[in-house]
Design a protein around this ligand. Sequence first.
Ligand code: AMP
Length: 127
Amino acid sequence: MAYAYDDTNIFARILRGEIPNKTVLETEHTLAFLDIGPQAPVHVLVIPKGKYVNFDHFATDASADEIADFTRAAGEVCRITGVGPGEGGAGYRTISNAGAHGVQEVPHYHLHILGGRVLGRMLAKPD
Ligand code: AMP
């Protein structure tokens, strides 16, 4: 089934410059900005500029250039924010939520990069 992209989602509006964001990094195909409700001292969202709904949509339909640009930009965010263990940082977690079971709120593909504190185990059990 093909994905339908909703142009009214909040990240589409950020990309169109309709609402502000706190940019961490911008490249040809990618934008990284601070999450408005940070869940850790470092909480950055990395999004492609293209119209992709979630990770599997992006991985399937994005060009090799877009995928390379996005992946390099996400790695650069780890370096810029100082969380990358390869450069002396204490570590981080990447998360990408998709669909109902992933509890995805914004239907534009995004990678959360979280760090700056011990993040606990990977998943909490539902209440
Ligand atoms: P998800 O549940 O994976 O779709 O996460 C969506 C994330 O977008 C949440 O962590 C929100 O805090 C964040 N968010 C929503 N609106 C904005 C905004 N205008 N600027 C930055 N982050 C936002």
